[in-house]
Design a protein around this ligand. Structure first.
Ligand code: HEC
Length: 131
């Protein structure tokens, strides 16, 4: 084997090793980080099938699972879809069950951002002409 051919073979071997390491690594990562569930899976609690049946005709469940809010907020979203997006009337008990499910499983999140610092804790503005 001449020298060039040997170094090409080495490169191919290294590349194959890298690919092998990555392909071993990624399935491990997804199964631990996401506990084998998809981001668009609805929480399997009472009423989820009704949401699956009535709310996935026009968009995926992901648009639901990535949202949150109080019962009133969910109600206003349904109203908005009825008024502007062609969602039909939902029978009263059906709508109540869906709203209960959404409010319970995708309820209002508590704020995740810290409040702004009070003015006296802020450094002086170096660009201000008042200083
Ligand atoms: C007739 C079609 C249709 C049906 C059925 C439907 N939606 Fe929608 N929905 C839409 C459209 C269109 C949008 C806007 C999609 C976009 O912005 O990409 C939307 C948006 C949303 C949003 C995002 C609203 C926002 O503020 O961004 C949520 C949440 C949602 N739908 C939940 C639901 C739920 C819950 C149901 C079942 C009660 C449902 N949808 C059934 C058409 C529908």
């Amino acid at each position: 084997m001449d020298k060039n051919l040997k170094s090409t073979a080495n490169k191919v071997f290294v590349l194959a090793a890298i690919i092998a390491v990555f392909s071993l690594h990624s399935p491990l990562q997804t199964s631990t980080a996401q506990e084998a569930s998809q981001p668009d899976d609805l929480v399997k609690r009472e009423g989820w099938q009704l949401v699956q049946e009535n709310c996935t005709e026009c968009h995926s469940t992901q648009i639901i699972t990535q949202n949150s809010g109080t019962r009133e907020v969910w109600k206003s979203r349904i109203l908005w879809m009825q008024e502007t997006q062609g969602l039909g009337e939902l029978e009263a008990t059906l709508e109540a069950t869906i709203l209960d499910y959404l409010a319970e499983n995708y309820g209002q999140k508590t704020a995740s951002r810290r409040p702004a610092l009070p003015a006296h804790l802020l450094p002086a503005n170096p660009n201000s002409t008042a200083n």
